[in-house]
Design a protein around this ligand. Structure first.
Ligand code: HEC
Length: 316
């Protein structure tokens, strides 16, 4: 066979893959709208409105694989409306990927950190990804209610209220924070953010405390391993910078569970260094991963802190 007939044969066997845009128009636009803004010809028949897939905040937040899976298996497969049909029987993975890539291209803006980089929240280190979430956290005797709100592409503001969980009870202290995603790369599966936490003198907190930090997250090769870390330089009203704190953790995703091990190392300007390990397990509770919990312990190995293990846990 000459190479020309071989090429002709190949061309006939594998027609060029349909473009994401054409397939979107044919299969999705009746509900999600020609422009993917969520209003299509059939919208009136839907019990739940079809999602606006074109908005950057929505389309950047979910990883491509998750959206491909929703379109393949249908909305009900992840607890969304049954009105979102399953296309798995009639479509190839390549077609579904082409559609999702087309939808994600509609955002048209750069700078939105992609959902692939939204790694499971560690107990100790600050997460680098900007989030919209409410977290209830227990750290030994102190309970924290954390509210995080995204603003635009890269910014997140945060408020924390702490309460004492024992018989003394009542308000403990409060913190306000901002976080900015300074850098992210989907190709390198990594991101870095800078932030500032401010704790005013209120109730149990006697002096102003300011904590600038850098947070880093990576998921090498998009595989099961996650690495997250944070460097903090705490500053106190009368003392200035009191030292440095390094937090570093590694975890491995096993289906919906991510066991992680974090280490926390505190190097004060004066006094004894502290070192502790934080074995923990993160568990995804909802199928979309928007509800999760984590439980772990603090095991102090060196330092002035009482050498007893502390229980830490959160739900978000
Ligand atoms: C019969 C109407 C209908 C068609 C056709 C349809 N969808 Fe949907 N889709 C919906 C509805 C309704 C929802 C919202 C489900 C919910 O919020 O519970 C949805 C949700 C989704 C979501 C989930 C968004 C999120 O919340 O993360 C994705 C992704 C999606 N659709 C993609 C597609 C794609 C791609 C196609 C074409 C291959 C398509 N849909 C075709 C009705 C439809």
């Amino acid at each position: 066979m000459t190479s020309a007939t071989l090429l002709l044969g190949l061309a006939l066997q594998s027609p060029p893959p349909d473009s994401g845009r054409t397939l979107y128009r044919e299969w999705c636009s009746s509900c999600h709208g020609e422009d993917a803004r969520g209003v299509g010809r059939s919208s009136a028949r839907l019990e739940v409105p079809a999602t606006d897939l074109a908005g950057c905040a929505v389309s950047s937040a979910e990883p491509e694989d998750l959206w491909v899976a929703i379109v393949r298996d249908g909305g009900a497969s992840v607890g969304l409306s049954m009105d979102m049909p399953a296309f798995g029987e009639g479509a190839t993975v390549e077609q579904l990927q082409a559609i999702i890539r087309y939808i994600k291209s509609l955002c048209g803006e750069t700078g939105w950190p992609p959902g692939e980089l939204n790694l499971p929240r560690p107990l100790l280190a600050e997460k680098a990804f900007p989030e919209n979430e409410v977290v209830i956290e227990t750290r030994g005797r102190v309970q924290e209610l954390i509210y995080e709100r995204r603003i635009g592409r890269r910014l997140q503001i945060e408020g924390v209220a702490r309460m004492l969980a024992d018989s003394a009870g009542g308000f403990h202290s409060a913190t306000a924070a901002v976080k900015y995603n300074a850098w992210h790369s989907l190709a390198r599966r990594a991101l870095a953010s800078v932030g500032l936490e401010v704790t005013p003198p209120l109730k149990a907190q006697r002096l102003w405390e300011i904590e600038p930090y850098v947070a880093y997250g990576a998921n090498p090769g998009g595989g099961a391993t996650v690495i997250q870390g944070e460097l903090v330089a705490p500053w106190e009203e009368t003392e200035g910078v009191t030292g440095a704190e390094l937090r570093l953790g590694i975890g491995r995703q096993i289906d919906r569970v991510v066991p992680m091990l974090e280490a926390g190392w505190t190097v004060p300007r004066e006094g004894q260094q502290e070192f502790a390990l934080f074995p923990q397990t993160w568990i995804q509770l909802s199928r979309l991963g928007h509800v999760a919990a984590s439980i772990g312990v603090e095991i102090p190995l060196a330092g002035t802190a009482p050498r007893t293990a502390r229980l830490l846990a959160f739900v978000l």
